[in-house]
Design a protein around this ligand. Structure first.
Ligand code: PLP
Length: 483
């Protein structure tokens, strides 16, 4: 086979482009390889190789002793392929719904502190423990490299069963566990398996956009319900096919679903036949309150429990798990198989080892302590700089808080973010987490993630933020204190 160099590939692309645009039409003769080579400053060998490739692909034909001509029949293709449009054609309804979703906020580098939520500090990753577990996994060489169980490695599911019982009080069989590539894949599988286009789903407002988007892309119609400090307002429930909730730590405002609302939600599910998708994304982090048992414990037949390793190990691993009701096991397993066969085995085996050796739980204790310290520092810095001018919510649990800038109108959010960015601080508004069809809050609010930052960055970030607000005098708020 002739190896094509970069110049040959560019020549091929240029000739194809000329054919597609109609500049060369079927039957037109191309320049001889000698002339072409001279025009391009390329060697004749390169041009001959490029022509040869175009002949092989059917773009050109040659007769002995004559120059290459454009093959017949490319006319129709040229008209079709030259249609000037940025929009891809013949997309599915799914693709069209996907393209209609709002674009995600792109991360931008921040010199001093990036309060972007969802990121962990690289230094918190348990490098040694993970390396040990990965080494063990890689050395377990099997005779054949074969596809694994779509639900996940049996070791891992066994180890997770024990962990879920110890850490979250969940009693399930390993067979009910499906290992997924992060919660996001779990949500996508729920969307595909539980919703038909036009079906309504309940979602918290404000809520997790990546869940909303997965369900909307599947054709679901959002039924956004307000939340308060007790989580989802279950008094507002209406018939729907599915409900997505974050009962242990409402995302983003942090309410914990009260016992009576848990009962109402489960009764609603039993009455309507709907499934509840319980996203327990940061269940490991309880700072001021006792661990709250998941909804799954109360309603194992109605609840699909979603867990992730993104908040304790790393969001880059793409490892998460579902605990599904017994009756849904098979369909989730088959859907996972069709999606990608199964999650990568080496990572699964390494995680299984981490869990069964006790290293994972030791790591969780360490990272919980570190994040509790970060939270303390952030809360103190916010108090020092803003005092009563800021209302912080959702700080009892999790890895982020929401700070409402009392007295500052929401219309200033973008300007504050821009000014903070210019001063080296990444700041993210709460407003995009509200359903686009519902009213947005009137006060400026920010979601502040702290798990990726060290003490110095947290303090300096808060200082800069205070200075930005003071300097620009957004709204009527006065910012006081400085350290
Ligand atoms: C509400 C919620 N669920 C789940 C996740 C984790 O997603 P994944 O497991 O796909 O990384 C996040 C991450 O930020 C989140 O905020």
């Amino acid at each position: 086979m002739v190896q094509l160099d970069g110049v040959a590939r560019r020549i091929i692309a240029a000739i194809k482009e000329q054919i597609h645009s109609g500049a060369y039409r079927p039957g037109d003769r191309l320049p001889s390889t000698r002339v072409f080579a001279a025009e391009w400053g390329a060697s004749r060998t390169t041009v001959t190789a490029a022509y040869g490739q175009l002949i092989a692909e059917g773009y050109l034909i040659v007769r002995p002793g004559a120059r290459a001509i454009v093959a017949p029949g490319l006319e129709a293709a040229s008209v079709e392929m030259s249609a000037p449009s940025d929009l891809p054609r013949n997309l599915s309804a799914f693709a069209r719904r996907l393209l209609a979703l709002p674009a995600p906020l792109e991360p931008q580098p921040a010199r001093i502190a990036d309060f972007r939520y969802g990121e962990l500090a690289g230094s918190d990753f348990p490098v040694l423990a993970w390396r040990r577990a990965s080494n063990k996994a890689i050395l377990q060489r099997s005779v054949r490299l074969r596809y694994g169980d779509p639900q996940g490695a049996s070791h891992l599911r066994g180890a997770l069963q024990g962990y879920l019982w110890r850490a979250r009080g969940i009693s399930c069989a390993p067979d009910q566990i499906v290992i997924v590539n992060g919660s996001q894949q779990g949500l996508d599988l729920c969307a595909r398996l539980l919703l038909d286009p036009g079906d309504r789903f309940v979602i918290e407002n404000p809520g997790y956009p990546m869940a909303r988007h997965a369900f909307v892309a599947a054709g679901g119609v959002a039924l956004p319900l307000a939340v308060d400090s007790d989580g989802l307002r279950t008094d507002l429930l209406q018939p729907a096919r599915m409900a997505y909730v974050t009962p242990s730590h409402q995302f983003p405002l942090g309410g914990v679903l009260s016992a009576s609302r848990r009962r109402s939600l489960l009764a609603w599910a039993a009455g309507t036949g709907a499934y509840i998708v319980e996203d327990d994304y940061d269940g490991e982090y309880r700072h001021d309150i006792a661990p709250i048992p998941p909804l799954q414990v109360l309603g194992p037949d109605s609840v699909i429990y979603v867990g992730t390793l993104s908040k304790t190990l790393s969001p880059t691993l793409r490892l998460g798990y579902l605990v599904v009701p017994v009756g849904l096991r098979q369909v989730f397993s088959e859907a996972k198989r069709l999606t990608d066969r199964h999650a990568p085995m080496l990572e699964q085996e390494a995680l299984a080892d981490l869990l069964s050796s006790g290293a994972y739980e030791r790591h969780v204790r360490t990272i919980r302590r570190k994040n509790a310290e970060r939270r303390e520092i952030l809360l103190q810095a916010l108090t020092d700089h803003f005092g009563p001018k800021v209302t912080v919510v959702g700080a009892d649990t999790g890895l982020h808080v929401v700070a409402w800038m009392d007295g500052i109108d929401a219309e200033h959010e973008l300007a504050i973010i821009g000014a903070a960015r210019a001063a080296g601080v990444g700041l993210y508004p709460v407003s995009p987490l509200y359903d686009p069809t519902e009213p947005r809050p009137e006060t400026a609010g920010f979601i502040i993630g702290y798990a990726g930052l060290d003490a110095e960055a947290l303090r300096r970030g808060a200082t800069v933020l205070a200075a930005v607000l003071a300097e620009h005098q957004f709204g009527s708020a006065q910012v006081h204190g400085d350290r």
